[in-house]
Design a protein around this ligand. Structure first.
Ligand code: ADP
Ligand code: ZN
Ligand code: ZN
Length: 675
């Protein structure tokens, strides 16, 4: 037999590709996990050797088998636990191994660049904080709740254990992480900490560096490719002892792993929404099990999945019910604004409360989950409103958001932009009016009403770049001032002088059809409210609404997040939604409406039912986006193995169906959003 290998290539095809090895290279199990450059089509690709041999000798003689052009690594780049876990992930997501491996590798390595030396120093440190020699900072003495949690984590060391650290905002969860990480380091092990996209601030890194007394390596999408590859290599070589990173940091090699931490485990940014649709928290649990180390999930608003697991006894449930130190929880007042005159969506009472907080020397956060100037542009003469041509259907129009003080229209779904028309395109009238208020319009009004203090807007429009928000907030310092913004303000930078949180305009979220909408809104409200009164100064939260009686608000305000979660879990159970059922969503889109539906009908016919319920095909809740017609098929089962068995049995035929050629389609296992 000729020496051949099977290569996983980053292609949307399920199979591995057979190649002959270069003449001088022997077929050795040590080749698995090394990168190779191979000819593919008219070009070349970089892939990873996933296996050896194969029924290929005949093909080579027939001249059909091509040869590996270059072996890129002297030793396996992916091996041991990481390679095994990634193989598991590919099977779980029903995704090509080559694409999963490519997703897991830093971009520079994916492209075939050499692996940096494990102890290489960064060339320049513009994006990461300097590696200062650390003076260690004194830790507060843990309170009894923290002490119990710390002891539980330390007692779990040495084996796999999922632990849910369920602690209100400001209860000192980060302190618990720091103690657990310090213990992990003392045992000579590595720690990986995952944080949400907006949680990874210089403030957090500085706190970790100061307290742990070792270099803390940051990994996030804003770093240059070379720096990411360097940190990856340093972790793989055991040089990096603490890595703090966002979603894709879950793929960090950890040869001496001792602890995995997932901060704000409920956060939506852990789920990848395109390509390989993995969930970093869930994959961290898989890795923790394979590595035999504890996985500490922390949140003030745990996901219903994690709460359910804790209630079932599958996760240890560690609770921190009180704020640490002197800080008191901020009381929440619901303000009924029906019939009240609103300016830019803000009521007179809310504006009075802002004035009072500023006069007392505090800072104010005005939260509105809509960026832009106004959500809708309406013709007051004839009722016409501005819709996105690429994202609307006859039955389901998608409004364009008004931006730039009323001069520009922008679609938040596809990015389309245009100038506001000078007159109504329908009736020619001049009565075009922005309706409602986004953060821009609120900023305008607040700046006018409170000219004596700085008014800063924080949303993706104003502070899109990483660190821009930090710079803005650092510039504000402790002075009285107003922050207006979206959920970007829900966490991250700590503002000790923030005494008033005013929530305006969350009512849209109360009536969403998505089964997770209630959970997401409750988490957002609790997180935003938790920004008030984090230090000595008492805080207050005002929640302005047209629906003060809404059950979600009532339960949340009077019972808190856990009462909400209980009620919501009961509803999910009754409706057969996660965590009581497991879902997979088959999505399809095309230029015309028919092919996606035809593809999904064909797929449905290929899926044998039984333990798996199949709903649809139906047009997606957003039936058109960026010019594409969208449809979906929802699979659900109370048994995970049954769901995966059905997918395993049907996917080869679905992939090969003639209908598949006419659409773009994808499979999302454990979808977070159903649109
Ligand atoms: P969380 O991560 O739960 O939001 P942090 O760990 O950031 O909470 O703690 C919130 C604040 O309380 C921080 O300023 C922290 O220094 C302080 N803190 C935490 N634990 C204690 C403690 N045991 N005694 C006094 N202050 C504490
Ligand atoms: Zn008109
Ligand atoms: Zn659009």
């Amino acid at each position: 037999m000729l020496p051949t290998c099977q290569v996983a290539l980053p292609l949307p095809l399920p199979q591995l590709f057979d190649y002959a090895l270069p003449d001088a290279v022997r077929a050795d199990p040590g080749l698995v996990g090394r990168r190779v450059r191979v000819p593919f089509g008219n070009g070349e690709k970089v892939g990873v050797v996933a296996g050896l041999g194969g029924p290929a000798d005949v093909a080579l003689r027939a001249g059909e088998l091509r040869r590996v052009s270059e072996l890129l690594d002297d030793a396996p780049l992916l091996d041991g636990e990481l390679l095994a876990s990634l193989r598991w992930l590919a099977r779980y997501l029903h995704a090509p191994l080559g694409e999963v491996l490519a997703t897991a590798l830093p971009a520079a390595l994916r492209r075939g660049k050499p692996v940096p030396a494990a102890d290489a120093r960064p060339r320049r440190r513009r994006c990461a904080a300097p590696v200062e020699p650390v003076e260690q900072v004194a830790a507060p003495v843990p309170n009894p709740d923290q002490q119990r949690a710390i002891e539980a984590v330390l007692a779990a060391a040495g084996g796999f254990a999922p632990l849910l650290l369920d602690g209100v905002t400001g209860s000192g969860k980060t302190e618990v992480y720091l103690h657990a990480i310090a213990d992990c380091l003392a045992r000579g092990r590595q720690a990986l900490v995952l944080v949400p996209e907006i949680g990874l601030t210089p403030q957090l890194l500085a706190r970790f560096r100061a307290r742990l007394g070792v270099e803390v390596h940051a990994l996030h999408s804003g770093l240059p490719d070379g720096e990411r590859a360097r940190v990856w290599a340093a972790a793989r070589g055991g040089v990096a002892r603490v890595v703090v990173g966002t979603r894709s940091a879950v793929f960090t090699p950890l040869p001496e792993a001792g602890l995995l931490v997932v901060d704000e485990e409920h956060d939506g940014s852990y789920k990848q929404f395109d390509g390989i649709r993995y969930h970093a928290r869930d994959f961290a649990l898989v890795r923790g099990k394979a590595l035999g180390v504890p996985v500490l999930l922390g949140s003030a608003t745990p996901s219903l999945e994690s709460l359910h697991n804790a209630r079932q006894g599958r996760y240890a449930h560690l609770r921190l019910p009180h704020r640490a130190g002197a800080a008191k929880p901020a009381p929440v007042r619901v303000m009924d604004v029906r019939k009240l005159p609103l300016q830019a969506g803000l009521s007179p009472r809310l504006l009075d409360a802002v004035r009072a907080a500023l006069d007392a020397g505090g800072q104010v956060l005005v939260f509105r989950n809509r960026r832009g100037y106004a959500p809708v542009l309406l013709c007051h003469d004839c009722g016409w409103s501005a819709h996105c041509r690429r994202c609307s259907t006859e039955e389901k129009p998608t409004a364009m958001t008004v931006h730039a003080g009323g001069r520009r229209l922008q679609c938040h779904h596809c990015g389309a932009r245009q100038a506001v028309p000078p007159a109504c395109p329908d009736c020619g009238g001049l009565a075009l009016q922005p309706q409602g208020a986004g953060t821009e319009r609120m900023e305008e009004l607040l700046a006018e009403r409170f000219p004596d203090v700085p008014v800063l807007r924080v949303d993706r429009g104003s502070t899109g770049k990483r660190d821009a928000m930090e710079t803005l907030l650092a510039g504000l310092g402790d002075r009285p001032g107003i922050l207006v913004g979206t959920q970007m303000l829900a966490k991250g930078h700590d503002l000790p002088n923030l005494t008033l949180v005013a929530v305006a305009g969350i009512d849209e979220g109360l009536f969403s059809a998505d089964f997770r909408a209630g959970e997401k809104l409750a988490q957002l409200l609790v997180q935003v409210a938790g920004r008030a009164g984090r230090a000595e100064r008492a805080g207050e939260v005002l929640l302005q609404t047209h629906h003060p009686e809404h059950p979600l608000l009532q339960v949340l305000v009077h019972g808190g997040y856990h009462a909400f979660a209980e009620a919501e879990l009961a509803q999910r159970e009754a409706a057969g939604f996660p965590p009581f059922a497991h879902l997979a969503l088959l999505r399809a889109e095309g230029k015309h409406a028919d092919p996606p539906m035809q593809f999904l009908h064909a797929a449905k016919a290929l899926l044998r039912d039984g333990e798996v319920a199949v709903q649809g095909p139906l047009p997606a809740p957003m039936p058109r986006r960026a010019g594409y017609q969208r449809a979906q098929l929802l699979l659900s089962s109370s048994s995970r193995p049954a769901l995966h068995a059905a997918l395993d049995a049907a996917l080869p035929a679905i992939r090969d169906s003639k209908e598949a050629r006419k659409v773009r389609w994808s499979l999302d296992v454990d979808p977070v959003d159903l649109y």
